[in-house]
Write a protein that binds this ligand. Structure first.
Ligand SMILES: Cc1cc2nc3c(=O)[nH]c(=O)nc-3n(C[C@H](O)[C@H](O)[C@H](O)COP(=O)(O)OP(=O)(O)OC[C@H]3O[C@@H](n4cnc5c(N)ncnc54)[C@H](O)[C@@H]3O)c2cc1C
Length: 376
């Protein structure tokens, strides 16, 4: 369908509303689409990037912490070549296979920028989004942007929780040698790299860049790397490299200013400052959710995570007919408590609420975390 400007859009009566619109083509959005299609629910499914967009942003060749069977979708076995945890690339192939096997129609590079509650359901505004970093608020206000109005009885927001990096908020953060996204280690070969952060992503990046020939330093605000937040097999490795002086570790420090070639760190208690040489800075400080769509349609956000309030039986929000699935239900997660493994039950709850029937595959929580939502 050709996208048109707002004033040319068909009304709800002229357009035929779908029973459900799913926003988000990540693992949980895809798993839900399989179940709803099985029950012949009329569906439109939008994804602002490609399918599994969040996973495309993982570093190349990174491995999942979950065993393959725990992140398998819709009852389709996920077997890896070496019976080990899957890489980013293996899981993206698997997602493509899921879409192919079930004939899912995901409208990729189509961003939902607005959801409005109407008398008989919802109206969504959808715009092209080849550039996924667009500010959704700006798109809504841009009259030149071609858009399509889409109508639905129910909407499921499976939009994830990793929309923007958490910024340090210090001078120099926007310099070209600073990034919040670790793509691959090769870029840092033979250069000095400062990694900011001490959780799993930071430690994994530090180890990979060290082994790819970078001189790595880590600045972390706590006195030691956190055992509970780093993969068990990485900790002894990084500790040994720190002990032997091959990786520099600056505990209890925070960056205060980044300049070309060097970064100033401050000790969190003594307030003493030191300058560390760094050709590149990787700020592995986590991500935050964009609450824009929730706020747009009046979903209540609660707790310090600003997570959407949902019924644990149905995943329906305070807005009737509007559901949340997957990590989107967690808000901004300080410590990850909701991920693929324990989001499968959301699919069953939503399918049951909308169709009155069960999902046609097992959706039990395969993680050790029994509760479906993080505490605030
Ligand atoms: C390095 C790394 C390793 C990880 N390892 C694991 C692991 O081992 N096990 C595990 O369970 N989890 C893991 N995770 C977390 C995992 O990525 C998430 O749990 C998972 O992606 C959540 O799936 P989801 O479908 O809920 O959301 P997402 O995968 O985040 O999907 C949401 C989708 O919605 C789209 N979207 C957002 N807004 C809009 C909009 N307005 N319009 C249209 N589309 C929109 C996004 O582009 C995205 O594709 C890891 C994360 C990282 C960074």
């Amino acid at each position: 369908m050709t996208a048109r400007k707002l004033e040319d859009q068909p009304s709800r009566a002229e357009a035929s509303p779908s029973e459900v619109v799913i926003v988000g083509g990540g693992p949980i959005g895809l798993e839900l689409a399989v179940a709803l299609r099985h029950h012949n629910i009329s569906l439109r499914h939008f994804e602002t990037g490609t399918i599994g967009q969040t996973i495309t942003q993982y570093p190349r060749q990174v491995r999942f912490f979950s065993s393959p069977e725990r992140i398998a979708l819709a009852g389709v076995p996920f077997l890896t070549a070496h019976q080990e945890k899957a890489t980013r690339e293996e899981y993206l192939s698997y997602l493509r296979a899921i879409v192919g096997q079930f004939g899912l129609v995901v409208e990729t590079y189509r961003r939902v920028v607005e959801i409005a509650e109407e008398e008989n359901g919802f109206r969504l505004e959808v715009v092209p989004s080849v550039e996924t970093a667009h500010d959704p608020a700006a798109l809504v206000d841009d009259p030149a942007m071609p858009r399509e109005s889409v109508y639905a009885d129910n909407v499921v927001l499976a939009i994830g929780d990793m929309h923007y990096p958490r910024l340090l908020g210090i001078p120099g953060e926007d310099l070209p040698h600073v990034t919040h996204h670790f793509t691959e280690p090769h870029a840092y070969f033979g250069r000095k790299l400062l990694v900011i952060g001490g959780k799993n992503s930071a430690v994994e990046a530090a180890l990979r860049c060290h082994r790819a020939g970078a001189r790595v330093a880590i600045s972390y605000r706590r006195d030691a790397l956190p055992e509970k937040s780093v993969k068990a097999w990485l900790l002894p490795d990084v500790r040994n490299l720190i002990k032997s002086g091959q990786i520099d570790f600056y505990p209890e420090t925070e960056p205060v200013e980044i300049e070309p070639g060097q970064t100033r760190l401050r000790h969190v208690t003594s307030r003493e400052e030191i300058t560390v040489d760094a050709d590149f800075v990787l700020a592995m400080t986590g991500y935050r959710q964009d609450p824009f769509l929730f706020e747009k349609c009046g979903v209540r956000l609660i707790g310090t995570n600003a997570r959407p309030e949902v019924s644990l039986e149905t995943m329906e929000t305070n807005v009737k007919g509007l559901y949340v699935a997957g990590t989107a239900a967690a808000g901004t997660q300080g410590k990850f408590k909701l991920f693929i493994e324990n989001s499968h039950p959301h699919v069953q709850r939503i399918v049951q609420a909308i169709t009155g029937k069960d999902a046609p595959f097992e959706t039990r929580d395969t993680s050790r975390i029994a509760r479906g939502l993080p505490e605030n």
